[in-house]
Design a protein around this ligand. Structure first.
Ligand code: GLY
Length: 380
C-alpha cells in the first residue's frame, strides 16, 4: 500500500493506493470521522462494475448510504444533472456531516466534486477514481467543474477532496481508448516533470502496455506524488507552478476543440500536443533561445519511440481518422485561432508549457504565432 499526503494545512488529505482497495472503501470513508451518511455518485457503466462492491463496503462499516447514478459520458457534466443531484441531496436530508463519494472517472469526479463544493456552501467529498486519467490527474488537486454548452469546465470551484482511494486493479476493466487517454497524462508527467518516471515507462513498456496492475500501482503512485507536490506548492494556480502540469495541453486543447467538442478522449489530445510542443521548443532552441537548447531531434525521437512501443497515437491525422465524425477543419489557421483564444494567451502571443530537458519544462511566455503556425504546418 502506498500513502501519499497532499499537504494543504487544514485541507490536507491522503491518497491511498493499493490493489483491491475498493474493498476497503468503507473503512476509508468511515475514518473521515463524524460521517452522518455517504452519498455514492457513479455513472451507469461504473455502477454496474463496482457499485455494489463499494456500497456494501460502506454499509458494512455502519454508515448510512444513498446512491445516485448518472448517465456515463461528458454530457453529465451539465447544469441540469448538477441540479438533479442538488435536489436529490436535499430530498434525502443531506446535512453538513455527509460525504459525497465519487466513484468513477473524471466526469463523475468533476460533477460530484462541484455538487459537493456548492451544496450547503460546501460539504465533504471523497474520490474513488476508476480510470487511469482520473487516478493520476483529475481526482487529485481539488479542481471541480461542469461544462457550458460551448465551454468545457467553465463553471467550477476549487474544493479539495477529504481523501482519495485508488485501486489499480480496476484499470484492467478499462476500454483501451480510455487507458490510452490516461497514458497521455502519465507520459506527460515523465517527459515534462520527472525523467526517472519516463525511464520507468521505457523500461516497462510490455507491462504498461499489458496493464500489469503491480507496475501500474508504482506508476500511478509516482504521478500522484508529483501532482501532490505541485498542488501543495500552488493549490490555486497562482504562482505558475501548477500550470506546469499542462505540457501538451494548449496544442491538445485546440485539437480536442477542432475535432468536435468531446469527440476525442482528453489524453489523446495531450499525446499529440506534447510532441508538437516539443517540436516548437526545438525550433525556439535552434533560433537562439538557450532554455531549449537541449531539445533536439534525438529528444523528440526518444519520446516518439516510447509512444510507438506503447502503441499510442502521435499524429493529428491518426486522431482525425479515428475520432472525427465528418471532415473536421484542423487546418493550422483554425488550430492557431483556437490556441490564441486560450486562457493563457495575451496580446496575440501564446503562453505555453514547453520542455527544456527530459523531465523538465518551463512556462514559456510570449511565443509568436508565426513560430506556432510553422509547427502546425509541418506536423510530425
Ligand atoms: N489537470 C491539471 C491540474 O489539475 O491543475
Amino acid at each position: 500500500m502506498t500513502l501519499i499526503q497532499v499537504e494543504l494545512n487544514e485541507r490536507s488529505y491522503d491518497i491511498e493506493i493499493e490493489r483491491g482497495a475498493l474493498n476497503h472503501a468503507g473503512v476509508a470513508v468511515a475514518s473521515l470521522g463524524n460521517v452522518s451518511r455517504a452519498v455514492l455518485v457513479s455513472d451507469d457503466v461504473v455502477d454496474a462494475l463496482y457499485g455494489e462492491k463499494v456500497a456494501n463496503a460502506i454499509l458494512d462499516r455502519g454508515v448510512d448510504l444513498d446512491e445516485i447514478v448518472v448517465p456515463a459520458g461528458e454530457d453529465s457534466k451539465s447544469i441540469e444533472v448538477a441540479n438533479s443531484l442538488w435536489e436529490r441531496l436535499l430530498e434525502i436530508g443531506t446535512d453538513r456531516r455527509a460525504v459525497v463519494v465519487a466513484l468513477g472517472g473524471g466526469v463523475v469526479g468533476d460533477l460530484a466534486g462541484f455538487v459537493a463544493a456548492t451544496y450547503a456552501r460546501g460539504i465533504r467529498f471523497f474520490q474513488i477514481p476508476t480510470t487511469l486519467l482520473a487516478q493520476v490527474d483529475s481526482s487529485v488537486g481539488g479542481k471541480t467543474a461542469i461544462d457550458l454548452p460551448n465551454g468545457k469546465n467553465m463553471v467550477g470551484a476549487f474544493h479539495q477532496p477529504s481523501g482519495v482511494l485508488i485501486d489499480p486493479d480496476v484499470l484492467r476493466d478499462l476500454p483501451r481508448e480510455q487507458y490510452v487517454s490516461g497514458l497521455g497524462e502519465v507520459v506527460k508527467y515523465g517527459a515534462s516533470l520527472d525523467a526517472s518516471l519516463f525511464e520507468t515507462l521505457e523500461a516497462n513498456v510490455k507491462d504498461v502496455d499489458a496493464c500489469n496492475p503491480d507496475v501500474l500501482e508504482q506508476i500511478v503512485a509516482q504521478c500522484c506524488r508529483i501532482k501532490a507536490q505541485i498542488v501543495h506548492e500552488d493549490e490555486k494556480e497562482i504562482s505558475g507552478r501548477r500550470a506546469l502540469l499542462n505540457y501538451g495541453h494548449t496544442f491538445g486543447h485546440a485539437i480536442e476543440t477542432a475535432l468536435g467538442y468531446g469527440a476525442i478522449p482528453h489524453g489523446h489530445g495531450v499525446l499529440v500536443g506534447s510532441l508538437l510542443a516539443a517540436k516548437l521548443a526545438m525550433r525556439l532552441g535552434r533560433n537562439g533561445d538557450d532554455r531549449f537548447k537541449k531539445i533536439d531531434s534525438e529528444w523528440l525521437a526518444r519520446q516518439v519511440a516510447l509512444y510507438q512501443n506503447l502503441r499510442l497515437p502521435y499524429r493529428l491525422d491518426d486522431l482525425s481518422k479515428k475520432f472525427a465524425a465528418n471532415d473536421p477543419d484542423v487546418a493550422p489557421e483554425r488550430l492557431l485561432h483556437i490556441m490564441s483564444t486560450d486562457k493563457k494567451s495575451e496580446f496575440g502571443k501564446l503562453n505555453l508549457i514547453l520542455p527544456t530537458a527530459l523531465g523538465e519544462c518551463v512556462y514559456a511566455k510570449g511565443v509568436s504565432q508565426d513560430d506556432v503556425r510553422l509547427i502546425l504546418e509541418e506536423g510530425l
